[in-house]
Design a protein around this ligand. Structure first.
Ligand code: GLN
Length: 403
């Protein structure tokens, strides 16, 4: 509503000074509440098993809680350094070196963030200017496009294609989407929501596309420790040609079953990290101290992240075996803690409507894949999260078996 000046209107729309506030012009006019929040609320209202929003329903290792508790009780409760405490950055650098063979300097090239989403927003804000283009591969995690829009930049979409071996990136279409304005390509492997993972061929195609250009890469690798069936995680960190132009994002929440702690990190070459930190210091400034100390202690043992793939592969198999007897068609789940299913043999409802129905009538919440697209798109596919206690998965499977 426009500012009101007439006396008659003042009492309804005016501030104390008598000048009505104009409505805000939203920077994100197309954004509502995220689908994850919506489905979790519906699941909790209806008592449905929540296989929607991606988070574990079991607790983390008590040793991690003890390490954080110990840090708090020993007085480690004031501001840490802006980029994160050095021992944690060193532990991250050692892990990345051991797993992917790249040496990041913990002083200048690793920054601790308030989770993956903040890392992604900050990375986009620090390197993309108004009017520049960012290539987004759909379906895409729902924070990517708002981050690009907040930077005043333009998302350019390329859709993954679904074949017999699941979703894959059509790299020729990515190459065709590149223009002189392309500043950044956002990639995500293991991929949310499709559970696909990059192979060496994907990396080769991406490398060809960016070679000799100024295009940067934002690689969302928050599910890096959940890759199944003996495949390696093709981290961008393994490939110097890509790593030298990349922000690589990971998340302790996913790795250690503590999504509510909101803590992750970005690894990037010094020049990119310096710019990242300029924005980071006025965005969150830094990340809570005791968690950083607790994680540093806990990271001294690599077993928890080394065993994570086996831990989740077992749950994936349990869930897939349970669904095998239903009319859901299972798509491959090569990584992440998600399983996508095609429900077209069960219903012809649009995905969001199907998820609503499944939650309220069958008692299992899921996430529509359509929520990961910019333009309305129906594929008859929904995503389940299997990061749940076996008992939770069994209850969900009993309900889904009616279908
Ligand atoms: N990453 C989680 C998912 O994909 C959701 C996180 C959130 O709710 N913002 O389900």
């Amino acid at each position: 509503m426009q500012a009101q000046t007439s006396d008659t209107n003042r009492h309804t729309d005016s501030t104390n000074s008598g000048v009505a506030l104009a409505p805000l012009v939203s920077k994100l006019p197309r954004v509502g509440t995220t689908i994850f929040t919506v489905m979790s609320a519906l699941a909790s209202e209806t008592g449905a098993v929540n296989l929607g929003q991606g988070f574990p329903d079991f607790d983390c290792d008590p040793a991690l809680l003890d390490a954080v508790n110990q840090a708090m009780r020993s007085g480690l409760n004031q501001y840490p350094p802006m980029a994160g405490i050095l021992p944690l950055r060193q532990a991250i650098a050692s892990k990345v070196r051991a797993l992917y063979g790249r040496d990041y300097d913990p002083v200048h090239e690793i920054t601790v963030t308030a989770g993956g989403t903040q890392a992604i927003l900050t990375a986009v804000l620090c390197c993309v200017h108004p009017g520049e283009e960012v290539i987004v591969i759909e379906p895409a995690y729902d924070s990517y496009v708002p981050a690009i829009e907040l930077a005043g930049a333009i998302p350019v979409f390329v859709q993954m294609e679904v074949g017999a071996s699941g979703y894959a990136v059509p790299w020729d279409k990515v190459a065709a989407a590149v223009t002189p304005k392309t500043r950044l390509i956002m990639v995500n492997s293991p991929h949310n929501p499709t559970s696909s993972v990059f192979n060496a061929q994907d990396i080769a195609r991406l490398s060809e596309i960016v070679r000799g250009t100024q295009i940067l890469i934002l690689s969302d690798e928050v599910y890096e420790h959940m890759v199944y069936d003996g495949q390696p995680h093709e981290s961008i960190c393994r490939y110097p040609e890509l790593a030298e132009r990349a922000f690589v994002v990971s998340s302790f929440g996913k790795t250690y079953h503590v999504t509510g702690w909101k803590i992750g990190y970005v690894a990037a070459p010094a020049m990119l990290s310096a710019e990242f930190r300029r924005v980071h210091q006025f965005n969150v400034f830094t990340v809570n101290t005791p968690m950083q100390h607790g994680l540093t202690t806990y990271m001294q043992h690599p077993e928890p992240y080394l065993q994570l793939s086996a831990f989740y592969a077992r749950k994936r198999n349990l869930f897939r075996e349970g669904l095998a007897g239903t009319r859901f068609k299972l798509l491959p789940s090569q990584g992440t803690y998600f399983q996508c299913v095609d429900y077209s043999a069960i219903s012809d409802k649009p995905e969001a409507e199907f998820c609503h129905w499944l939650t309220t009538e069958i008692g299992v919440a899921a996430i529509p894949i359509s929520a990961f697209y910019d333009q309305p798109r129906e594929s008859g596919i929904v995503r389940f999260c299997f990061a749940k206690k076996d008992q939770t998965l069994q209850t969900a499977l009993e309900r889904l078996s009616q279908l």
